[in-house]
Ligand binder design. Sequence first.
Ligand code: ADP
Length: 394
Amino acid sequence: MEVAKNEPKTPAYFFYLQHPPIPQRNSALSTVKSDSSTLTPDSIKERLKLVKYPGFSRDIVSFGLVKTATWVDGTASVMLALTTNDPDVPAQLRKDVEECLRSMIGVKRVVVEITTQPAPTTGGPADAATSTAPKMIQHAVAIASGKGGVGKSTFAVNLACALAQVLTEAGHPGSVGLLDCDIHGPSVPLMIGLSGHPEIEGEGADAQLIPMEKHGVKVMSMGLLIEENTPVIWRGPMIMKTVQQFVKNVRWGTLKILLIDLPPGTGDAQLSIAQTLKLDGAIIVTTPQIAATQIARKGGLMFQKVNVPILGIAENMSYFLDPAGNKHALFGEGGGETLAKQLETILLGKIPLLPEIRTGSDSGMPITVVNPSGTASNEFQNIARTLLMQLAQK
Ligand code: ADP
């Protein structure tokens, strides 16, 4: 097949051909025919896309909250499964769902059944209906942030290396994976010191990507699959459609833990990943400043809505440590603690702002590898141990 000029010529393109992007979703009203002869569970679900989760611009279907929708003899029955501590949410949603479905021609009665469970704090099983994590991966943990530039990828890379060190000491080498889903800036390969393309074994739907390995961490990244000049417009649909293959078609082997570096923000890509993978939880990375914590809080709430527990907050750039050992709170203080309280989780640790962290990332030699007994590395190792303890209790 001839490949057009600015299309990627890498294995990702091959993936893309097998799994073309999902067509743009039609608006609910335009696809639902409000005519009783065409009412089906699917058309009811389509209609429910008009119902927004209270306080969010996102609808209850895309949040994965509609468990069943049935239609029998003029009665539309809907079952919602919510995770919330706010009693107003189920009441509001019951009202909104009833109103939304009653306005469909042919619907005489609406029955709304709602089950609620308290919003998770730490621990608690992830319960996304579409979870598909392979069993060989014991735990999958997302690394997320509200804002870009807070050091999420830097944190993910150093935490992965620290986990590899701690697990190797405990007799489990080669049991850490790092999946870089940050499509707009897949910086993990640069930060961990990998280049080139991963090998592919097999063909067609059974093709398997072999993760590349560095500093004891198995790595798969969009950055290893797409050329640097691939237009961003290709990247969005690629990740949306291939994220499931990304995990299923990577030969991770047996892993104790897979970290997933999510794109920053709370958009469709994050939601799609949270709902596709059986995440054991998420870590939210923030700087101490309010501008970052406010957006990070939204990210945290998104995970809670899709039943993914927040395992903790990691505060990055907490203070600048000058050569004399004095701390300077350049981005303010207390943001991580406040965010942890707001999201009813714990503050996992505080990472200092250090020139060595930046230079380590730029040279593919993370600080945890270059200086494993320094202040920042100790903090990463402590976070790694806390995380493993939390996961072991599940
Ligand atoms: P994000 O993934 O949130 O967009 P990055 O991990 O790419 O952020 O980090 C943004 C920039 O900040 C990078 O240049 C990185 O090297 C630098 N950086 C991140 N954390 C630290 C830190 N603790 N100390 C010094 N520089 C840091």
